[in-house]
Design a protein around this ligand. Sequence first.
Ligand code: CP3
Length: 340
Amino acid sequence: MVFLDACRGKPTPYTPVWLMRQAGRYQPEYRAIREKVSFLELCKSPDLAAEVTVLAAEQLGADAGIIFADILLVLEPLNIGFSFEKGDGPKIHEPVRTAAQVDGVAESIDAEASLGYVLEAIRRTKKDLKVPLIGFAGAPFTLASYAIEGGGSKNYYATKRLMFGDPGLFRVLMEKLTTAIIDYLNAQIRAGADAVQLFDSWVGCLSEHDYRTHVLPHVRRIFESLDRSVPSIHFGTGNPSLYPAMAEAGGDVIGVDWRVDLPTAWDALGAKAMMGNLDPAYILAEGRAMEDEVTRILEGVGPRPGHIFNLGHGIMPEADPARVRALVDHVHEVSARLRG
Ligand code: CP3
């Protein structure tokens, strides 16, 4: 399989491609399903979750699917309740900021019992999907930032206040999240996930020093504890200077955003495989800017094996599905020509 070979740094006849958030609101079929069920109902219905996962991968001609779920689902069995408010994104009911609140977070989870709907969605997806399936979890810092802030944030002051002001308490929360993430990801692998991705979407707000002190040890424990039979992807955004430390923490594939030059980052990290890194905004541009940028990225990578093409972050709801499909086709055509 082209995607799994690339994850292992093996040569492939063309560059595999999948897109973060490839199942979502830019698709009319997704919006039609969402008119009937809420986002969380969709996540918790294995048949529907499998359907949207397979539909997105097939419509795009992607080389991998990603199970339809959300990084926040693991918070529920940890006793961190949340909901999705219409139009506002996620809202944590009681942000976790005090010692008593951290104490109330569960020490561990039983993934089979509490997140069985995701595992069942993986099993059902595997029956229909013709390409490998990626499982995923949020990384402990990104999850901690939601738990502490109570939702999305611009500056992460509440998170940093706890991290800097009471590092011991912050560590306890990170350890609980880390233990749950390990159990959840290994359960996804047992259910049939062919690869797993750790999303550290908001870690870029940290300095390298603070990342190394407060985050890296936990992320390293995750990668050391994962079932090694499937490849792992370690993805982060926002702060190029963190990538060397992230690569040290682990992951077979390092996923980067558009703020770095991919070949330069690749050489600096000495990684076996890299994922990235088109700015998703190119999808919205008129003319052939997107195609030209895809070609530029592929030419920059050149013949080295181990490139998985992706966006630097998720697709936006405004994207035109025809342009998204054109992106995937262009990656396949140009890379086959460059490699052939
Ligand atoms: O990539 C995929 O196709 C798989 C599905 C997936 C979703 N969320 C579906 C989703 C994945 C991998 C995620 C991860 C996720 N969720 C992240 C990390 C990735 C990233 O973008 O950095 C984060 C930070 C979240 C948390 C989250 N979920 C937010 C902030 C929001 C609201 C913002 C928004 O786009 O509305 C969600 C909701 C969400 N997760 C949607 C989807 C398709 C939109 C829900 C809807 O209204 O239908």
